[in-house]
Design a protein around this ligand. Structure first.
Ligand SMILES: *[C@@H]1O[C@H](CO)[C@@H](O)[C@H](O)[C@H]1NC(C)=O
Ligand SMILES: *[C@@H]1O[C@H](CO)[C@@H](O)[C@H](O)[C@H]1NC(C)=O
Ligand SMILES: *[C@@H]1O[C@H](CO)[C@@H](O)[C@H](O)[C@H]1NC(C)=O
Ligand SMILES: *[C@@H]1O[C@H](CO)[C@@H](O)[C@H](O)[C@H]1NC(C)=O
Ligand SMILES: *[C@@H]1O[C@H](CO)[C@@H](O)[C@H](O)[C@H]1NC(C)=O
Ligand SMILES: *[C@@H]1O[C@H](CO)[C@@H](O)[C@H](O)[C@H]1NC(C)=O
Ligand SMILES: *[C@@H]1O[C@H](CO)[C@@H](O)[C@H](O)[C@H]1NC(C)=O
Length: 636
């Protein structure tokens, strides 16, 4: 009896303690063990996946009707209501504008430096007065208050301060012989899938791909949800779980300075570095994480965005003075490149305000993004620069995520590389490999490795699937799977494929439909082209989004480490690929066909390819009807 009671008490105490621990998120030991367990589970999960399946990327229609329903045109942001800015900063120089003097008479301004204490605190520096101009030296951020005879104007402004420290500490000379010796400009928008970029920034996309020869990565797949989950691997080569714990809501965790950021490697190599990110209230490293104690890069825009937060209400919506707010960052990028024209530069810019909470608003930045690209080119800045235009992940708004294509697009953000014209000649292997890799499955880890290669290029041969991070300058194996690339199944956009029974009625129907479609194409030339029949059905393959992708609902925890797989998205159609040989002529065709839930089958001519040569078989159509060469077996 006594023993039983003692056990009961022990049990009771145990239950109470565990309850307290569970309800107490600040108890960091449990959270710490939890992190390790989660990391081990992900590692195991990845190992358990079959590792030799090639990744088949889904072909996602850019103008898919399900998604076009949500796409609306937006007008450019118009800030003329703000009147003219009295002072503007370009590079280190903040100049009182002649136009303002003409309008308001003589103007006198005070300029107060705003200094960073840490990621959450600022203090005022010295104040100077001038009626002409002010040079930024102590800080990139200055509070300006101006007065004319009967008007006032004030604003917080930003530029690129000039200091000998930064200037003298950077140079090309001491770089390794194996370095490419090029600037790196990475600029990204929040939440832009590859297709959204094409839909919402068509002019910029066109200029990149048509004029600048940009290579767009078609198989860049996210490895986790949310901006930190995208940017941490990109900038450190590691996942959050593999790095020191920096979560803000726990006690005694680290600042993110403990992360091995790529810009530190660039700084060490002799570069001037910059990290720009807007919307300080939801900063990638400050919202859920502790942020930076020491300033991360030579130029850092967070103090500007913090200091100007309070004055947003005094301007028209999305404006700061007479300038659309997103242009402040674009202008500062240009300034950074102009001020340090002769110096090695690494800049990572990330803009969130327009696209984080709105699917369409980013369209208002198309012209300005195009202008940025044009100015970078015409000013010569791109001539020695690797330009990386990118996004963290696709859109995450419920109405788009609820469609299958929306889910797939979320996993395939826009990611592109642009090289100067001469790069192809000087580094032909790098360029060819990167181009070849643009169709393959790649991740933020690979881009991180590529950024390291820019500083120290050792190898441009073929890589093996057992590396998690593969430089894009090397040859990535085609058989790389999501498991090889450390992508958990519910993030993997590659399609699963399943071999179908060739004798099943559906397989037979798919074969017959393909032949039907081919015969329809030659039908009006039946006098010269033989009708074809199926001779051999080699294989029929069903391609489907993997089950966990369909089931993924959202992350089950605030840190985004755990997936909730309770959604149940139904597909409207299944995609099949088949390979057949036909008679007469032994032509071999591969094609994709869609089988709808209502049992109808759809095939488009552009999804049919002929995989062996037609040689003289198509002689009768060669000259007059070249589009029929693939399909026509000439009657003698
Ligand atoms: C901006 O709005 C003003 C009227 O407030 C108009 O006169 C001007 O043409 C507009 N600018 C643009 C570029 O739409
Ligand atoms: C880029 O600028 C150069 C001159 O610096 C010019 O020759 C070239 O045409 C420009 N390229 C494009 C695509 O505008
Ligand atoms: C770009 O750089 C190359 C070599 O560094 C030089 O020959 C060429 O003139 C430059 N082109 C422009 C448009 O500045
Ligand atoms: C492209 O990559 C594949 C797979 O790694 C390789 O077989 C092929 O030779 C590459 N093509 C070129 C032109 O390098
Ligand atoms: C393939 O399908 C045929 C016809 O439906 C059936 O008779 C046969 O047993 C199936 N073979 C396998 C391996 O499932
Ligand atoms: C071929 O043409 C016939 C008659 O126009 C049509 O009914 C059939 O759907 C077509 N088949 C395919 C696969 O396009
Ligand atoms: C089956 O569904 C598809 C897609 O919803 C549609 O295009 C097609 O016309 C339907 N076919 C029939 C026979 O209802």
């Amino acid at each position: 009896m006594l023993i039983l009671r003692r056990r009961l008490i022990v049990l009771l105490i145990f239950v109470i303690i565990s309850t307290i621990l569970m309800l107490w998120p600040h108890y960091s030991l449990i959270n710490h063990i939890d992190r390790i367990l989660r990391l081990e589970r992900i590692d195991q999960f990845i190992k358990d996946q079959a590792s030799n399946l090639a990744c088949k990327q889904p072909k996602l229609e850019v103008y898919n009707p399900d998604i076009m329903k949500l796409v609306k045109h937006v007008e450019p942001i118009n800030c003329t209501k703000a009147g003219i800015d009295w002072v503007k900063c370009r590079g280190p120089e903040c100049v009182i504008q002649e136009s303002a003097k003409r309008k308001y008479g003589p103007i006198k301004c005070s300029f107060t430096d705003i200094l960073r204490v840490d990621d959450y605190h600022l203090i005022d520096g010295e104040t100077s007065y001038s009626s002409e101009y002010y040079k930024l030296e102590k800080s990139d951020v200055v509070r300006v208050s101006c007065q004319s005879a009967d008007h006032k104007w004030s604003a917080t402004l930003t530029g690129i301060r000039f200091t000998n420290d930064i200037w003298d500490s950077s140079n090309w000379e001491e770089m390794k012989n194996t370095a490419l010796k090029m600037n790196v400009l990475m600029f990204g928008y929040d939440s832009l899938s590859k297709n959204t970029f094409i839909r919402k920034l068509p002019k910029s996309y066109e200029y990149l791909t048509k004029n600048l020869g940009t290579i767009v990565l078609e198989g860049y797949n996210i490895i986790g949800d949310g901006t930190p989950q995208a940017l941490i691997p990109l900038l450190t080569g590691k996942t959050e779980l593999e790095l020191p714990d920096t979560r803000k809501r726990l006690k005694n965790t680290h600042f993110v300075n403990s992360y091995p950021f790529i810009w530190d490697e660039y700084k060490k190599a002799g570069y001037v570095t910059a990290f720009f990110e807007d919307v300080p209230t939801i900063g990638t490293f400050t919202y859920r994480l502790n942020g930076f104690k020491e300033v991360p890069t030579d130029h850092y825009m967070r103090p500007y965005y913090l200091a100007s937060l309070g004055e947003q209400n005094k301007w028209p919506k999305l404006c700061t003075g007479d300038t659309p707010r997103h242009k402040v960052m674009l202008n500062t990028i240009l300034d950074f490149f102009l001020v340090y024209r002769t110096k090695p530069k690494f800049l990572f810019g990330f803009h969130g305000e327009l696209s984080h909470d709105d699917y369409n608003l980013i369209g208002a930045a198309d012209d300005d993004t195009l202008n940025l690209l044009e100015e970078l080119n015409t000013s010569g800045s791109l001539n020695n620069t690797i330009l990386i235009i990118m996004a963290d992940h696709g859109h995450r708004f419920a109405d788009i995520r609820n469609t299958l294509q929306g889910k797939q697009e979320e996993r395939l953000p826009f990611f592109s590389f642009t090289f100067p014209e001469w790069f192809k000649k000087r580094f032909p292997r790098c360029h060819l490999n990167l181009k070849n890799n643009s169709e393959k499955l790649v991740t933020p880890f690979d881009v991180h490795k590529t950024l390291q290669d820019i500083l120290d290029l050792q190898y441009v041969g073929s890589s093996s699937t057992d590396q998690r991070a593969i430089s894009l300058f090397t040859q990535i194996p085609t058989e790389r799977s999501c498991a090889d690339a450390y992508i958990e199944p519910h993030w993997c956009a590659c399609l699963d494929w399943e071999n179908m029974n060739l004798s099943s009625p559906l397989s037979q129907r798919l074969g017959a439909t393909l032949i039907d479609a081919i015969n329809n194409i030659t039908n009006s030339h039946r006098a010269i082209c033989e009708p074809l029949k199926v001779a051999t059905l080699f294989w029929v393959m069903k391609l489907s989004p993997n089950k966990n992708l369909l089931k993924f609902s959202h992350n089950a925890d605030i840190d985004g480490f755990v997936a909730d797989l309770s959604a149940n998205l139904q597909t409207k159609s299944d995609l099949y690929q088949i390979k057949v040989m036909t008679e007469p002529g032994k032509a071999i065709f591969e094609a994709s066909l869609k089988h709808f839930n209502n049992n109808s089958i759809e095939i488009k001519e552009r999804d049919i390819s002929r995989t062996n040569m037609y040689k003289s078989q198509a002689k009768c159509v060669e000259k007059q009807l070249p589009h029929l060469r693939k399909y026509c077996y000439c009657k003698l």
